[in-house]
Design a protein around this ligand. Sequence first.
Ligand code: KG4
Ligand code: ZN
Length: 359
Amino acid sequence: MAQELTILGLESSCDDTAAAVVRRDATGRGTILSNVVLRQDDLHAAFGGVVPEIAARAHAEKIDIAVERALTEAGLSLTDCAGVAVTSGPGLIGGVLAGVMCAKALSAATGLPLLGVNHLAGHALTPRLTDGVAFPYLMLLVSGGHCQFLRVEGPETFVRLGGTIDDAPGEAFDKVARLLGLPQPGGPAVEACARDGTDPTSLPRPLLDRAGCDMSFSGLKTAVLRARDAQVARNGGLPRAARADICAGFQAAIRDVLAEKSRRALASGEVTAFAVAGGVAANRSLRDALAAVAAERGLPFVAPPQALCTDNAAMIAWTGIERFDSGRFDDLSLAARPRWPLDQASAPMLGSGKRGAKA
Ligand code: KG4
Ligand code: ZN
């Protein structure tokens, strides 16, 4: 029997200011009592990407509002919670600091235990919150800033089986959208455009010929640039149909690489399920392909609802709950860490995307 536990979670590592209250009941099941996400899209839209200084200031201005709302929506006060969990890395340092400072203040004022948690652990443990998935399971984190395969063996035990050596797929979707004159965020725009493709452009499947689970996506975007320029040279512009074919070809290349590398990751050891998280996991054609790979091995495919795949504080509160039982808490010396690989033993990644350590 687990101990019933209610934890307040805070998240501010990139461009979402978030607070949530999550409860684990005596059977071990998690319930999200509130999940507040204050987005900053408007603040960054004009710059074509997240501006760290603007993000940090917005987090500092909004984090207490998010906390207040999360408590109100849960119908609880701070003292009804057993602890405060906060993303203490990895991420944009100014934002992480805003969250950590707020959590420290709440802990100091109430005496509640403080838990500094890893943002990536939050994503990786979400399938346990949503679906009660048992360890060990395979997690593919695929977002605007991250792409990695993790074997999740325990609340604090992660083995990285491979990942991108350059761009993350979401970043590639966004860049390709820019190259083709489609709006941001690029993923949904490219996916919508790809639906009209009738003859997908043939593009490379980078690193498929290399053993293991590492991936590379930056070359794909160069291939898209060439395909676009060839169309422009031929037609004096980019016809709609050609744009749709390039989108379809690009999406198929990403899908095929992720599916094959997932197959390899699943073959590397026994797991209870194959789970995905991150914004790119919203892509229908990718989701279907990954579900098929899981089915090949007779494994459940777990894709948490979109709001819990992208950045949120419910996953941070849950990670705090999973850690709470160990009795190891942080104190006011808790540091904000810009870089914090989940698997300390594996070699550092070559790149982590222009948005840094976002997953
Ligand atoms: O996890 P997420 O919300 O946070 C960041 O990493 O910032 O992921 C956002 C990324 C963006 O790059 C976006 O273009 C991509 O996820 N994305 C998609 C789709 N929806 C969002 N990529 C492909 N297909 C989609 N339907
Ligand atoms: Zn994330």
